[in-house]
Ligand binder design. Structure first.
Ligand SMILES: NC(=O)C1=CN([C@@H]2O[C@H](COP(=O)(O)OP(=O)(O)OC[C@H]3O[C@@H](n4cnc5c(N)ncnc54)[C@H](OP(=O)(O)O)[C@@H]3O)[C@@H](O)[C@H]2O)[C@@H](O)CC1
Ligand SMILES: [K+]
Length: 487
């Protein structure tokens, strides 16, 4: 944003003009949230976020609202555009001690949080933290300027106190902090408004962080053509666990087929053939015994996408099986037990991944992540996923309510459409299966993982409250149908 801002100013738009537009938008949204007689408290910090607040105060006053401009710090310290905006405001303001703030906020109908935005560079402490705390305890709805104060816009983290907003108005583009937790929850509903920064700055800046929306991967996804054949859509293999734990692989295989793989084979240990056979229809079944059996299976060069891990068991045998898979030319998804089985020697896994041409996707949840990348866990979620992708050479899909998909080339996408109902047994197996199905269709791995996370979330929304993992594959059908219809 700093770069976008500087480039816009260098091309002739003044900083105060951007601030004027920003504050104007904030005032408009505030007016929507509050009756025309409503009283609005505007709590302003020492930087440009506060500057936006001064502009909003002027507009709201002109629109007939009663406004109270409350300052965290002495306005004599204001600089640049914020100082200009303060000078142009023409309204009384007061520096408030934290102990007095409660009194100042009582009786107001809306609070505009203009304390800190993009310039936050440390956790809120002391007076600033007390301000956030008092705002939250007031029970008055909060509209945040840019971000809820205390949220780091680059990471979504809030290491100290933070304001809880019901709505935020941000400028030009949303920030990672609007999508990553806890920022997403603290910022409330986000409106992103145009303040005159030209889209062209993005060509030069080349952002590498994306919201996971269909525009990110829609062009990389091929809808079957009229003359198409199932073999054009790839042949995926999902490896089943032993007799007592076969369900996870079947869930994955069903989702893999639903995601559009032309054929899906479940590779089953001989002991589990009967239980698998009694549950499968469109998914094919093949008995595969030991490492030799896997090698024999993979001699079939029509197979092009593999998934191992769900219900497979944590053992040295599993890591050896993974190694055999990695020696093939297939795209591979490593999930669950296939990840944990490498906890003692993750570097050997990464070396093998980096030595192959076809892509590998790792799908850890936080617990699996720490086993493979223990030194990265202190980083923020985007940095964790990016660091893991760079180190492993794989696409890393780091699961959660704010799943991040990262590529070794630096790109990262943040997924935000997952309903809370998705946190249920078997849900991750379905996700791994979807990725495998998209890889079978030769979709590039970053786009496949991103699309899978989105489809998984959309299927969760489609299935709705009370869903279980079995509901997800059927719910993907209308979601995919809508994607096909929308050009
Ligand atoms: N980019 C754009 O296109 C446009 C951006 N615009 C707006 O500008 C905002 C960014 O403004 P900004 O850079 O002045 O930073 P901002 O968030 O006001 O805070 C910085 C101040 O806070 C202080 N400080 C920091 N952390 C602290 C802490 N934990 N606890 C206590 N103090 C702390 C720090 O002072 P320090 O104490 O570090 O000297 C500094 O004074 C952006 O969010 C948007 O609203 C619009 O006007 C339109 C165009
Ligand atoms: K703010």
């Amino acid at each position: 944003m700093g770069q976008a801002d500087n480039m816009t100013i260098a091309s002739g738009t003044r900083g105060i003009t951007l601030m004027e537009r920003a504050g104007d938008h904030v005032a408009r949204v505030a007016s929507e949230m509050c009756s025309s007689q409503g009283r609005i408290a505007i709590v302003c910090g020492p930087g440009s976020n506060g500057g936006d607040g001064f502009v909003a105060a002027r507009h709201l006053h002109q629109a007939g609202h009663a406004v109270d401009v409350l300052l965290l710090k002495d306005p004599a310290g204001l600089k640049g555009d914020a100082a200009i905006a303060f000078g142009q405001m023409g309204l009384p303001s007061q520096i408030v001690e934290p102990a007095e703030l409660k009194e100042n906020l009582s009786g107001c109908d809306l609070i505009i949080d203009a304390l800190f935005g993009a310039g936050l560079d440390r956790p809120l402490e002391g007076n600033a933290a007390a301000f956030a705390d008092t705002i939250n305890k007031s029970g008055v709805p909060v509209l945040a300027v840019d971000l809820a104060s205390g949220v780091n816009g680059s990471t979504g983290e809030a290491e100290g106190a933070a304001v809880q907003a019901v709505r935020s108005v941000t400028f030009f583009r949303c920030k990672p902090g609007h999508y990553l937790l806890p920022g997403r929850d603290l910022c409330g509903d986000v409106s992103c408004v145009d303040i005159g920064i030209p889209e062209s700055v993005l060509h030069e800046i080349g952002p590498q962080t994306f919201v996971n929306e269909p525009t990110l991967w829609r062009d990389a996804w091929t809808v079957p053509g009229r003359a198409g054949h199932k073999y054009d859509r790839g042949h995926a293999v999902v490896f089943s666990g032993p007799m007592s734990s076969t369900g996870a692989a079947r869930l994955a295989a069903g989702a893999c087929l639903r995601a559009g793989a032309g054929l899906v084979t479940l590779a089953s240990p001989p002991s589990a053939m009967m239980v698998n056979a009694s549950h499968l229809t469109a998914v094919m079944l093949r008995s595969v015994e030991g490492l030799e059996g896997i090698s024999d299976l993979l001699a079939d060069k029509r197979l092009n996408s593999l998934l191992i891990g769900p219900g497979y068991g944590v053992s040295d045998d599993t890591s050896e099986a993974v190694s055999v898979l990695l020696n093939s030319e297939c795209a591979i998804v490593l999930d669950a037990d296939a990840l944990t089985s490498h906890q003692n020697a993750p570097e050997a896994l990464f070396t093998q991944i980096k030595g192959r041409k076809a892509p590998v996707v790792l799908t850890p949840h936080d617990g699996e992540f720490v086993r493979l990348f223990p030194d990265l866990v202190a980083l923020d979620k985007l940095a964790r996923a990016r660091g893991a992708a760079a180190r492993s050479g794989a696409i890393v899909l780091l699961k959660g309510a704010d799943t991040v998909i990262a590529s070794p080339d630096g790109r990262a996408a943040i997924n935000s459409n997952a309903p809370p109902w998705l946190a249920t047994a078997g849900s991750g197996d379905v996700l791994a299966g979807i990725i495998c199905g998209l890889l079978a269709q030769k979709m590039p791995a970053f786009e496949a993982a991103a699309m899978a996370a989105w489809l998984h979330g959309a299927a969760g929304v489609e299935a709705g409250a009370g869903l279980i993992a079995e509901d997800l594959a059927p719910a993907m059908r209308p979601v995919i149908a809508r994607l096909v219809e929308k050009p």
